[in-house]
Design a protein around this ligand. Structure first.
Ligand SMILES: Nc1ncnc2c1ncn2[C@@H]1O[C@H](COP(=O)(O)OP(=O)(O)OP(=O)(O)O)[C@@H](O)[C@H]1O
Ligand SMILES: [Mg+2]
Length: 336
């Protein structure tokens, strides 16, 4: 955690403002949590002394900057509509400077650590997404983001990296390159078809659903998933969230690959729709998966393969890229 961003003074000031003057500096512990690529996240524990005796409070502090700073605005705006049923509660947000925010979030106590032994949790995440997608109708005020332009630019960068990669680094590329070229050039049309697909249409989506961004907690005796990390929330197709979750699960759990169609049908049922995986639905589902692949995931693994010096790193990057290239080939087959 960067010292100037999350020093004790900032945290103490926040706790004093929130809980009164019962906080003494030495009673505050700040412990970094392992996180993703763009942010710094810490667990804050404080012992408070008040008239009723001592008690402990915990919260999570997250420093966001660059493109991830968008998360501060998403939290502030979403808390007015969908609120804390889907996300941790936003306890406070402090602007540290241009494009730098410190978010104070309710700490979610995990009922089960990932990987979850109960495969029912994976289906519960899809039910949660179904509620999010149906309860946030079009027009919910999210911070602006020209996702279409960014997705296309990332897709073109991914293709140019794939064209430059020395032959043999990622064996799956040789077979997938023609499909990758076609999908990148058709991407805007595929996305138009995806976003127009009825009855799912467009909704507020989380935009980055994977196991690192989902926790399960127990509330009133009921286990429920909570979504973290809202920097990529936007208006989009609900199928972008669904495919993001199902692709990520397939990576971690071979069992989820086998249950892929059942889980997808389960999402449709949770939306009150017939659980039929029709041809038009499958088509747009794979377009959603391909646009997720081209939004950074495939490019990331190709770049890893490009820069890898250790054979183990190269093999892992090639395997992960091959998974995403399979998605590209599925989308290409659906398009043609
Ligand atoms: N409110 C919270 N309660 C408990 N744990 C949390 C909370 N927020 C984050 N965490 C933990 O910290 C990890 C990283 O948090 P998060 O996903 O928000 O940040 P990140 O992945 O670093 O961000 P980014 O994707 O913007 O780089 C999560 O996987 C989770 O384990
Ligand atoms: Mg994350």
């Amino acid at each position: 955690m960067t010292r100037d961003a999350l020093d004790r003074a900032a945290v103490t000031a926040f706790l004093v403002a929130r809980h009164g003057d019962a906080v003494c500096d030495s009673a505050i512990e700040i412990r970094p949590l392992p996180g993703g690529l763009c942010s710094e996240v810490a667990l804050v524990t404080a012992r408070l002394r008040g008239a009723a005796g001592a008690r402990r409070v915990t919260l999570v502090a997250k420093l966001v900057h660059g493109t991830a700073a968008r998360e501060a605005a998403v939290y502030r705006r979403l808390s007015r509509s969908v609120g804390r049923r889907f996300s941790p509660e936003l306890l406070g947000a402090e602007r540290l400077g241009r494009g730098r925010w410190l978010l104070y979030l309710e700490r979610i106590e995990p009922a089960h650590a990932w990987p979850w032994a109960d495969s029912g949790h994976t289906a519960r995440v899809l039910e949660r997404l179904a509620r999010l997608h149906e309860e946030t109708p079009q027009g919910a005020a999210l911070p602006a983001w020209d996702y279409e332009a960014e997705n296309l630019a990332m897709a073109r960068d991914t293709l140019s990296l794939a064209e430059r990669l020395p032959r043999g680094e990622v064996p799956a590329l040789a077979r997938a390159l023609p499909a990758l070229r076609r999908v990148v050039s058709a991407l805007p049309a595929m996305r138009r078809q995806l976003l127009a697909f009825q009855p799912l249409g467009r909704a507020v989506i989380h935009g980055d659903v994977h196991p690192g961004n989902v926790m399960v907690r127990r509330r009133d005796g009921v286990v429920e998933p909570v979504l973290l990390d809202w920097a990529r929330a936007r208006m989009g197709s609900p199928l972008e969230d669904v495919s993001s979750w199902l692709q990520a699960l397939g990576y971690w759990e071979p069992e989820a690959r086998r249950r892929h169609d059942t889980l997808l049908a389960g999402y449709l049922s949770a939306r009150g729709l017939p659980p039929a995986l029709t041809r038009p639905l499958r088509d747009v589902y794979w377009f959603a998966s391909a646009s997720n692949a081209l939004a950074g995931a495939l490019g990331h693994h190709l770049a890893m393969a490009c820069g890898a010096s250790a054979p183990g790193v190269l093999a892992a990057a090639a395997r992960n890229a091959a998974d995403w290239l399979r998605v590209i080939r599925r989308a290409d087959a659906c398009w043609s």
